[in-house]
Design a protein around this ligand. Structure first.
Ligand code: KG4
Ligand code: ZN
Length: 332
């Protein structure tokens, strides 16, 4: 069974071809980040236009790389939310057109569920129940995954997402959007204790708050000179402290033995090292998708679509519309 996956919810134009459950034949990602970097974030109208321009070629490239003819596609899956409405509309409309022309089923995928399916794709040996920490540019969620398709969000950010905080602190020290990977690299040369920063909501509940951290850094930099490396390392340490502590506390409270960290920020090297060390010391299993499946991609969307169609019997009508504020609990 061949599934074509399409992802255009933000600034990656992506298409993938998946055979059966987990055999990834092609995973093509075109990042528009360079187009948005001078604006300090994603400009929705620029993103929509660029998806429209690039998507047909990205789909063609995915099919060619997979050596699968479009007529062999059995199922079409596309992200329908959450995300930017224009970009979502481009990918979803393309998916509908292909499904209609081929007379094949269409499955709309929740982007957040897609990130969890990056774990599904790579770790058949790590099935639920698990605790997913979803950390990206738009989201910071702690999710109890009872089964694939059954999610309970126990914590979310009250303001900025973790990745958004990385990008904003990057801006303070002159790093173009998206700044996460560059801060990760700079941190290796810096002192994580050089600048004293708060650890927001460390011991309260499972919600997160990262806006104060960015503001604390901005105030500090108004009055002090600091090396960029130290800014990066101190900020990163504060974020990692909070993410790791809260996730491990939730795992203990809900007696969950497996943790999957997914989303763009799960590519962070300090987060990975700390989680590995601390989770393993507690006898927990910790999983990270490879970096290419952490940031936005269509492989995870194809995997989620196949699962939802085959295992849960989901098939969506041609009237399916983008839902920019879709939540995980609304997933069917
Ligand atoms: O999952 P993703 O590609 O897109 C969203 O769904 O948002 O995540 C992008 C975010 C950006 O904020 C980027 O700065 C951050 O992930 N990011 C990182 C790293 N690589 C990407 N943050 C910290 N460390 C990294 N190595
Ligand atoms: Zn994402």
């Amino acid at each position: 069974m061949f599934t074509l996956g399409i992802e255009t919810s933000c600034d990656e134009t992506a298409a993938a071809v998946l055979a059966d459950e987990r055999r990834l034949l092609a995973n093509i990602i075109y990042s528009q980040a360079g187009l948005h970097s001078k604006y300090g974030g994603v400009v929705p109208e620029i993103a929509s236009r660029n998806h429209l321009k690039k998507l047909p070629f990205i789909i063609k490239e995915a099919l060619e790389r997979a050596e699968v003819d479009i007529s062999q596609i059995d199922l079409v899956g596309a992200t329908y939310g959450p995300g930017l409405v224009g970009p979502l509309l481009v990918g979803l409309s393309a998916a509908k057109g292909i499904a209609y022309a081929l007379k094949r089923p269409l499955v709309g995928v929740n982007h957040l569920e897609g990130h969890i399916f990056a774990h599904y794709l790579e770790y058949p040996q790590g099935p639920p129940p698990l605790l997913a920490l979803l950390v990206s540019g738009g989201h910071t969620n702690l999710i109890r995954v009872e089964r694939y398709g059954d999610y309970r969000t126990i914590g979310r950010t009250r303001d900025d997402a973790a990745g958004e905080a990385f990008d904003k602190v990057g801006k303070l020290i002159g790093i173009d959007y998206p700044a996460g990977a560059a801060i990760d690299r700079l941190s290796k040369e810096g002192d994580p204790e050089a600048i004293a920063l708060p650890r927001p909501m460390l011991n309260t509940g499972y919600d997160f708050s990262f806006a104060g951290l960015k503001t604390a850094m901005a105030y500090f930099l108004k009055e002090h000179r600091a090396k960029r490396e130290d800014v990066a390392a101190s900020f990163q340490r504060a974020v990692v402290d909070v993410l790791v502590a809260k996730t491990l506390r939730a795992a203990a409270e809900f007696k969950i033995k497996k943790i999957a960290a997914v989303g763009g920020v799960a590519a962070n090297s300090e987060l990975r090292a700390r989680f590995r060390r601390e989770a393993e010391a507690l006898g927990l299993e910790i999983y990270f998708p490879s970096s290419i499946l952490c940031t936005d991609n269509a492989a995870m969307i194809a995997a989620a679509a196949r699962f939802k169609y085959e295992e849960l019997g989901q098939e969506d009508p041609m009237t399916l519309s983008p839902e920019p504020s879709l939540e995980l609990s609304h997933t069917r």
